[in-house]
Design a protein. Structure first.
Length: 175
């Protein structure tokens, strides 16, 4: 199969929002993800820590999006909703399907692959390296009023109207 196509832009660079800091013990911005964070390895979510978000932040949404998937709409690997404003980090593996690593009140919506929790990097074999954009969105509401039955796109649409600031960290992966 021919995967030749132009790279789409970073989707968050097209949306207005001031930034804050997002760091990880497991992901270096612009660098290759370790196999552990892929479907080829342990398939676990990386550790994430954020700071510098604005006063008035009432909750967070955490996501991982692949804009390079060979679809018109990219691919959502993880969407974590209603993370309390008092939470400023997630441990490695917090994206487990059973929700055991989640802060109270937070929940996952299904990935584009239909999985609950974090779905690791898994670009088509032979395709170029894909970008996996981890984003933390600081919101002006304590809850989006959604449920695990909503889609990642529905969450993203609602996030747009409540975002005070956003932080991103991008890893890459190729098979």
């Amino acid at each position: 199969m021919d995967f030749e196509r132009p790279l789409p832009p970073d989707p968050y660079s097209l949306l207005p929002a001031p930034g804050f800091s997002l760091a990880s013990e497991d992901v270096a911005d612009g660098q290759a993800l370790h196999r552990d964070f892929s479907v080829d390895g342990a398939d676990v979510s990386p550790q994430l820590t954020w700071s510098g978000f604005p006063d008035g932040t009432e909750s967070f949404v955490v996501s991982c999006f692949d804009p390079d998937a060979p679809t018109p709409s990219g691919y959502w690997h993880w969407t974590l909703v209603d993370v309390p404003a008092t939470v400023t980090s997630l441990a490695r593996g917090a994206g487990a399907a059973d929700g055991s690593g989640l802060p109270a009140g937070a929940f996952h919506v299904a990935s584009d692959g239909g999985r609950t929790g974090f779905e690791g990097a898994g670009p088509p074999p032979g395709d170029h390296a894909h970008r996996y954009v981890f984003a933390v969105h600081a919101l002006d509401v304590p809850t989006l009023g959604l449920s695990p039955d909503n889609t990642s796109v529905h969450v993203a649409f609602n996030v747009y109207f409540h975002t005070l600031a956003r932080a991103t960290l991008t890893g890459t992966y190729r098979r």
